[in-house]
Design a protein around this ligand. Structure first.
Ligand SMILES: Cc1ncc(COP(=O)(O)O)c(C=O)c1O
Length: 424
C-alpha cells in the first residue's frame, strides 16, 4: 500500500501515537490524578496531530501570538490555552488571562500588562460597588471584546529560571551558562517579580512554570524540577493551584525512561509540599508523545559514482528532518526492491538540495541500493515538520496510517500554497 504513495512524505502511525498518549494519561492518573496536559505546539503543530490530542482533552501549550492564533483557529477556547514564552502579545495575553487559561509570565513587560489589568479591575470594582452590585453578585465570567468584565481576580503563573545544572551536573542543555527564560531565582529577579505581582490588587500568583530543557531527559532532572517547586513554595509561602513542570521527557527511546518511570518520582517529591486535591500538575509534552509514531519516507532518485565515492541522491533532504543540523546519526530502515543485492562497503546518503551539507549518513557494508529503493527515517516527529524550510521543495505530504488505511492529512504544498498571501 505505502509503496504506491509518491515519496517523500511524513507518516504518522495513529495506533502508536495513541499508545503513547494513553501511557502518559495512565501514568498521570496513577501518580497525580489532578493533572492537565498542554500539548507543546512548537514540537509539531500539524493540525491533524493537534486535533488528535485536543479530542482527548489536551490543552494547547503555545509560545507566540501565531501559535495562539492556530490554537484558536483549531477550536481551543482561551481557557484551554497554556501560554508560555517571552514573545506573547498583549491582546492574546489578556484574552487568555481573563478567560482563566494558564498564563506563565516570562518577561517584564507582562508585569506591565498585569498592572494595567489590575487597574482596570480596580476601576470596575469601584463602579460595581457604587452601583450596589457588590462582590456577592459578581459571577466569574470571561471577558468580552478585550475589556475586563465580571472577572473578580486574575491568576497567573511565573516562569522560574533556576540553576538546574547545579542540581544535575552535566545533564542540562545550557550547561554552566544559564538558560534565558523566566525570572532568575538565584539573582533575586524571581523574588522581585513575585513581590511585584503580589502588590497588585486583584492579581494572584497561583502557578509556577519550571520547564527546563536537558540533554539527558533523566528521571533525576524531573525529580529536581519537582524539588525546586517545593523549595519555592516553602521559601515564598506560595499557595499554588498548579505546578507546571513543562516538557522534555523521553518516549520510545531504547533503554531510556518512559512516562511510567518519571511520574512516580515527580509525585514523590511534590507530595512533600503539595496535595493533588489543591494543586494541579501541568505537563507540556511534545517529542515524547510523537517520536515513536512518526516516520519520513524517502526514495533513492539517483545513484552516482564520483571519483571513488558512491552517492545516493534521495528525494528527502537533511533539511526535512534535521533543519538545525545537529543530528549525528539517524534511525532508519530500508525497503529494497532487491533484498539480496550485493553488499557494498560505503554508500553516502544525500539530499536533493544544492547545499553540500545536505548529506545524511554513510551506509557501510550494506546491500547496494538502487533508484526507487526507500529509506524510511524513524523518530522524526518532533521539531522536524515544524522546522521544515520552504527551500527548493515545498512542504511534503503527511499521511496517517491506521492499520491498512492511509489518510492524507496534509497535501504536498505546490506553488499554489507557496504564493498564498503574495501579490506580484
Ligand atoms: C516551555 C516548553 N514546554 C514544552 C516543551 C516541549 O518539549 P519536548 O518536545 O522536548 O517535550 C518545550 C520545548 O522546548 C518548551 O520550551
Amino acid at each position: 500500500m505505502t509503496e504506491r504513495i509518491p515519496t517523500p512524505y511524513f507518516l504518522l502511525d495513529e495506533p502508536i501515537l495513541q499508545r503513547y498518549f494513553d501511557m502518559l494519561t495512565e501514568a498521570l492518573k496513577e501518580n497525580w490524578p489532578n493533572y492537565r496536559i498542554g500539548y507543546s505546539f512548537k514540537t509539531n503543530s500539524l493540525p491533524w496531530l493537534v486535533n488528535f490530542y485536543k479530542k482527548q482533552g489536551a490543552y494547547a501549550e503555545v509560545v507566540s501570538r501565531d501559535e495562539y492564533g492556530l490554537a484558536k483557529y483549531l477550536g481551543f477556547q482561551d481557557s484551554e490555552i497554556v501560554y508560555n514564552g517571552p514573545y506573547k502579545d498583549e491582546q492574546s495575553f489578556r484574552d487568555v488571562v481573563l478567560a482563566g487559561g494558564y498564563v506563565n509570565v516570562d518577561s517584564k513587560w507582562e508585569l506591565e500588562w498585569l498592572t494595567k489589568l489590575s487597574e482596570e479591575l480596580e476601576e470596575e470594582k469601584i463602579l460595581t460597588d457604587s452601583s450596589g452590585n457588590g462582590e456577592a453578585g459578581r459571577e466569574k465570567k470571561t471577558r468580552e471584546n478585550g475589556k475586563v468584565s465580571e472577572v473578580s481576580e486574575i491568576r497567573v503563573g511565573i516562569r522560574v529560571n533556576f540553576n538546574l545544572e547545579q542540581m544535575c551536573p552535566g545533564e542540562t542543555t545550557m550547561g554552566e551558562t544559564s538558560g534565558r527564560f523566566g525570572f532568575s531565582y538565584e539573582n533575586g529577579e524571581f523574588a522581585k517579580a513575585l513581590s511585584y505581582v503580589r502588590a497588585l490588587p486583584h492579581v494572584r500568583v497561583t502557578g509556577l512554570h519550571l520547564h527546563s530543557s536537558s540533554k539527558s531527559r533523566s528521571i533525576q532532572i524531573f525529580r529536581s524540577i519537582a524539588q525546586m517547586a517545593c523549595r519555592l513554595k516553602r521559601e515564598f509561602d506560595l499557595t499554588l493551584s498548579y505546578v507546571d513542570i513543562g516538557g522534555g521527557y523521553c518516549g520510545g527511546m531504547e533503554g531510556r525512561p518512559e512516562y511510567p518511570d518519571y511520574f512516580p518520582a515527580i509525585a514523590e517529591e511534590l507530595h512533600r509540599e503539595f496535595d493533588p486535591e489543591q494543586t494541579q500538575l501541568v505537563v507540556e509534552p511534545g517529542i515524547s508523545l510523537i517520536s515513536k509514531g512518526s516516520f519520513f519516507v524517502t526514495s533513492v532518485i539517483d545513484v552516482r559514482d564520483i571519483r571513488d565515492t558512491r552517492y545516493l541522491i534521495t528525494d528527502g533532504s537533511r533539511f526535512n528532518i534535521d533543519a538545525t543540523m545537529i543530528k549525528s546519526s539517524y534511525l532508519y530502515h530500508t525497503r529494497l526492491q532487491n533484498p539480496s543485492a550485493s553488499v557494498m562497503d560505503r554508500q553516502e546518503i544525500t539530499g536533493y538540495t544544492c547545499m553540500e551539507c545536505d548529506r545524511l549518513f554513510t551506509m557501510e557494508n550494506l546491500p547496494e541500493l538502487q533508484t526507487g529503493d526507500q529509506i524510511i527515517y524513524e523518530n522524526v516527529g518532533g521539531y522536524t515538520i515544524s522546522l521544515n524550510p520552504l527551500f527548493i521543495q515545498y512542504f511534503p505530504a503527511v499521511y496517517v496510517r491506521n492499520g491498512e488505511q492511509m489518510t492524507e492529512v496534509r497535501r504536498k504544498w505546490t506553488a499554489k500554497e507557496y504564493v498564498q498571501g503574495n501579490i506580484w
